[in-house]
Design a protein around this ligand. Structure first.
Ligand SMILES: *Cc1c(COP(=O)(O)O)cnc(C)c1O
Length: 421
């Protein structure tokens, strides 16, 4: 089965042609790339072709696409902060002071007061000793897994973990074992098989699964990690800022300290509305990553102004609790309304609310009809999700109104009828 993040399905077919390469003349008449246009066509035929939409307005409730205003139900801007005036002002002000470029990596001369202050604020926010900034969540995950594990070690991952976690596990040369989604008995069995090994064992999970919206069971995972002397890493890209009264996410620091969840990763491009990511944990963890995480060491530091803007955002995330309260009201309204209409949503209590349609062509068609009715929602298809589980991934944000949700539900009903779903 294809998997989240496309591990098994990079190309729709194996490349034909590789076997008829000319031998030994030193000049191949057939290039291994001869089939790329055919491959693209096959992608189109299978309704798996991906393309970008050009957006002509800032992120928010409304997006301008092809000169038309659409109500956006597809961003990860859960708290509605990506277009916030105050954060934009903090960015401009900091850019006047720091300029734009950071000049070098953190270890050379790119690590400024602004970065350092944000790291301290994120450590305090998550109840950890230290935090370390990365330029993106994708690179944070590659860096952490590769910085901590190698040949002979074990990495255990939920099958629906984000592509960056799966890629990190594969790159690490550790033994990568994937357990069935949230099947912690399966995980326990895999851990038992590795019980005699004194190698490092790293359990990795999404806090909120990005394409399904359901949550990991942090308590069960922390117990399993303790029993097996493993470390637990939670990628809380979709939970941080959103879950919990003050937005601390899937790993409430009042319940789980850094001995329970040793590695907490959060991204700044989703609820925080800026860019980048952080890893939080013990002093030894952070010092090890500074020495070993290649995606931290060998890359230019994020602009200091982005760090300063993120500090402004963090203050808003903590203080404006109404954003989470309103979001939770919208989630409840959407789920109640969908249930009343007989729509089967996946079991999600988060702003990620997917409607499973199965067929790729159908998912595309419903998304198209919704766009004609003024809604922007993306059809998510393999290999981002397993084959046969194409879906509309709807996301709610604190900028939506109750009326938006009512209108979305009505439009969904019409679009599903029209598409023959
Ligand atoms: C978005 C996401 C990432 C990647 O974060 P970026 O900052 O966008 O690179 C990592 N993990 C999960 C679960 C995500 O949803």
């Amino acid at each position: 089965m294809a998997s989240c993040g496309g591990l098994d399905n990079k190309h729709p077919t194996p490349h034909p042609g590789t076997e008829n390469k000319e031998k030994s003349t030193g000049q191949a008449s057939v290039s291994g790339f001869d089939d790329i246009s055919k491959q693209l066509q096959q992608r189109r035929d299978e309704h798996l072709y991906r393309s970008r939409r050009v957006v002509g307005s800032r992120q928010g409730r409304l997006l301008r696409v092809n000169n038309k205003e659409l109500v956006s139900f597809c961003s990860n801007d859960y708290l509605g902060l990506a277009g916030d005036e105050r954060i934009a002002a903090a960015l401009s002000e900091a850019a006047q002071f720091w300029g734009v470029g950071s000049g070098a990596s953190h270890l050379v001369c790119g690590h400024t007061d602004a970065h350092h202050q944000l790291e301290e604020e994120l450590a305090a926010f998550t109840g950890r000793s230290r935090a370390l900034l990365f330029s993106s969540g994708y690179t944070a995950n590659l860096g952490v897994i590769n910085g901590l594990t190698g040949a002979g070690d074990f990495v255990f991952e939920d099958k629906l973990n984000h592509a960056s976690l799966l890629d990190g596990g594969m790159l690490s040369r550790a033994t990568l074992q994937r357990f069935r989604h949230k099947d912690y008995q399966h995980l326990a069995d895999l851990l038992d098989k590795a019980a005699n090994s004194e190698a490092r064992k790293l359990l990795i999970t999404d806090g909120v699964f990005s394409m399904d919206g359901d949550r990991c069971e942090t308590a069960i995972l922390a117990d399993l990690a303790r029993q097996h002397r493993a470390w637990l890493m939670v990628d809380d890209a979709h939970g941080i800022g959103v879950l919990g009264a003050t937005g601390t996410g899937s790993v409430d620091p009042a319940l789980y300290n850094e001995d329970d969840v040793q590695i907490l990763m959060g991204t700044l491009g989703k609820a925080f509305g800026t860019q980048g990511a952080f890893v939080a944990g013990s002093d030894d963890l952070i010092e090890t990553l500074i020495q070993e995480a290649r995606t931290f060491i060998y890359t230019t530091a994020m602009p200091a102004a982005i760090a300063a803007a993120t500090s402004a955002s963090l203050a808003i995330v903590r203080e404006e609790t109404w954003r989470r309260e309103h979001l939770n009201d919208l989630i409840a309204q959407f789920r109640d309304g969908a249930e009343a209409q007989g729509l089967e949503l996946l079991p999600s209590v988060t702003p990620v609310q997917p409607l499973l349609l199965g067929d790729e062509e159908l998912a595309l068609k419903v998304a198209e009809i919704l766009e004609l009715s003024g809604f922007m929602i993306t059809a998510i298809r393999p290999p981002t999700v397993p084959r046969g589980t194409a879906r509309l991934r709807m996301t709610l944000t604190a900028q939506h109104t109750g009326d938006d949700v009512t209108a979305l539900l009505a439009a969904l009903e019409r679009a599903l009828n029209e598409a023959g779903a």
